[in-house]
Write a protein that binds this ligand. Structure first.
Ligand code: TXA
Ligand code: MG
Length: 319
């Protein structure tokens, strides 16, 4: 049985912390997507995450913490990593760094790697949960492995209802896309997954170009498989018109102007990439809910948040 509670309710947060301490699974809201949390120091609890998601255990999890001090207990953060942390935490940035000797995140959560991925989420109710629990919480996105990530509690229920102990409902995730992952395992930091913090924003803080994840780089996170974030519907990218039987995911009215007709959902009629990021997973799910099996997707600019949106669409289109 999966309990469903409002994340605004203090008693529900206390219950969630108790479930985590007892080795259970709690889905909770973050500003990016909903996470499926377990006590990161417990291999038994973490094993339940892999089982509930059907996730291969070579794919490590992100450990969520409540403070920079807690992050520094888990990983050896370089000066540059600390500059990014100070600028973007709490927020949708994940740092991958060498695990610290006193770190508590178990081997299974790290998939046996000598590194750990860390993030302090900014959603006030994720922070409330992390503080109430008092330790790192391992949490991948709260979906079946390979599916579209959930940005509402109802999406989580559709994905994992019956397989987990509790879902905390904290409303719709405002960013709508996962965190940006930056690795500090090589001399120069590298983007492993584009996400809700743009390359440009990171480069402004670092004062130089960041390598990785531009579509030309083979180096990504272990979990960045070609097919991912995929709806049942088959997608055709960079489409300006629709083929017979296709629905459309538009951007800035481009398809409409191209005279396409039929079911057309516009990610952002005004061409705002922040709005488009917040809508992308909702729209991919809506295709399936409407029983649509083929869709054309309008071109998305590649700058700013467009890099992450295009990355997710590319993976969603692979079969
Ligand atoms: O926004 C997010 O990051 C969400 C919310 C819940 O925080 N979480 C999320 O987790 O997207 P997940 O498991 O769906 O994606 C985590 C990614 C995977 O691609 C994994 O391979 C990578 O992080 N990762 C974790 N630990 C790593 C490590 N030590 N080295 C390289 N990549 C790592
Ligand atoms: Mg995921």
């Amino acid at each position: 049985m999966t309990e469903f509670r409002s994340a605004e309710d203090e008693a529900a947060i206390a219950l969630a912390a108790r479930i985590l301490r007892a080795g259970g699974l709690v889905a909770f809201p973050t500003e990016t997507v909903y996470g499926l949390g377990a006590a990161a120091d417990s291999p038994l609890a973490v094993a339940k995450i892999y089982a509930a998601k059907g996730r291969p255990s070579f794919n490590p999890l992100i450990a969520h913490v409540a403070s920079l001090d807690a992050a520094r207990r888990e990983a050896l953060l370089s000066d540059t990593a600390l500059r990014l942390a100070e600028k973007f935490w709490p927020g949708p940035l994940t740092l991958v760094a060498p695990v610290s000797p006193q770190g508590g995140v178990c081997d299974l959560a790290r998939a046996g790697l000598a590194s750990v991925a860390l993030r302090i989420p900014s959603h006030p109710r994720s922070l409330a949960l992390l503080r109430a629990f008092g330790g790192p919480v391992a949490a991948p996105s709260a979906n079946i492995s390979g599916h579209v990530s959930p940005v509402t509690a109802r999406h989580v229920e559709q994905e994992l209802g019956g397989r987990i102990d509790l879902i905390l409902d904290g409303g719709r995730s405002i960013a709508g896309l996962e965190s940006t992952i930056v690795s500090f395992l090589t001399d120069e930091p590298m983007i492993l997954r584009p996400g809700a913090i743009t390359r440009e924003a990171l480069q402004n803080v670092i004062g130089g170009r960041l390598r990785g994840a531009s579509g030309d780089s083979p180096i990504t996170s272990p979990g960045m498989t070609a097919s991912h974030y995929a709806p049942r519907a088959k997608l055709r990218l960079d489409a300006l018109s629709l083929e017979p039987g296709e629905a459309g995911i538009d951007f800035a009215g481009a398809m409409r102007r191209g005279n396409a007709r039929g079911v057309i959902l516009d990610l952002s009629p005004t061409g705002d990439l922040t709005e488009a990021a917040a809508n992308i997973y909702v729209f991919l799910r809506e295709l399936d809910e409407r029983g649509i099996d083929r869709a054309g997707v309008a071109p998305i600019p590649s700058e700013g948040l467009g890099e992450a949106i295009r990355d997710r669409l590319r993976r969603a289109a692979v079969r």
